[in-house]
Design a protein around this ligand. Structure first.
Ligand code: 6PG
Length: 236
């Protein structure tokens, strides 16, 4: 828990750098799934500036834990945000970036992305080195929204989900796929998240109401990077 956003971002950047170095030294590469929304933008910009010399970026492979079902050049696209804040400043080549193909139908896009992921990890099983996650005010993470069918998915896969209240499709990793990761990091800012943080970390178990409670890695670890206002409702 940190006082300022900058302190949170610096800690998350150091964590990213260390996780990347450890993976590259043991496996020769680092495979990370990025989160979307507004919270990670500052981290991406920091990695591409103050920390750009600390990672062998040509050995990093980028995926997305979820994506909005919009064209790749749409302002809501998570891939577009990462392109502007991270990939372009670091001159990451297209062979290292794996985006959701939103020109396909939602179900086809989800299926195709799962295949791309499996091909990347073949012949081994899918286990991301790091998955970055955010947290919605409603305790959703990735696009695992409360009271949606994908919350109860038991397979380690990628699913399309129609989010009623937003009237949009999203393409998302399922919780079992996320939980296969070696490292998972939540990046959470601001008082609007305080209730959700409390419910996810200290509340009654209710995955349909608080889907981020699903994130419990099988063989990995979870780290929360949050500021004081996001952690304000945690019992000390
Ligand atoms: C997305 C995300 C989503 C996000 C939360 C928090 O595509 O929107 O992956 O899960 O992390 O909604 O969003 P903010 O960081 O904007 O608060």
């Amino acid at each position: 828990m940190f006082k300022t956003t900058k302190e949170v971002l610096d800690a998350a950047a150091v964590y990213f750098v260390n996780t990347a170095s450890e993976s590259i030294s043991t496996q020769g590469r680092f495979t990370v799934a990025l989160s979307g929304g507004s919270s990670p933008k500052g981290l991406f910009e920091l990695l591409a500036s103050e920390y750009h010399s600390k990672v062998e970026w040509n050995k990093v492979f980028f995926f997305f834990g979820d994506e909005r079902y919009v064209p790749a050049d749409h302002p809501d696209s998570n891939a577009l945000m990462a392109k502007k804040a991270l990939f372009d400043p670091l001159h990451i080549v297209p062979q290292q970036i794996f985006t959701v193909n939103t020109s396909l139908e939602p179900a086809e896009a989800a299926k195709a992305y799962k295949q791309v992921i499996e091909e990347h990890f073949a012949p081994g099983s899918v286990a991301f080195d790091l998955i970055l996650l955010g947290l919605g005010d409603d305790a959703h993470t990735a696009s695992l929204f409360p009271h949606t069918s994908v919350v109860n998915a038991t397979d380690a896969g990628v699913k399309e989900i129609f989010v009623e209240d937003k009237k949009v499709f999203r393409i998302t990793f399922t919780a079992p796929l996320i939980n296969q990761a070696r490292h998972i990091a939540f990046l959470v800012f601001g008082s609007s998240k305080a209730d959700a943080v409390h419910h996810v970390l200290q509340g009654e178990k209710d995955i349909n109401q608080y889907p981020a409670q699903l994130i419990e890695p099988t063989n990995g670890d979870v780290t929360w990077f949050m500021d004081e206002s996001a952690a304000a409702h945690l019992d000390q």
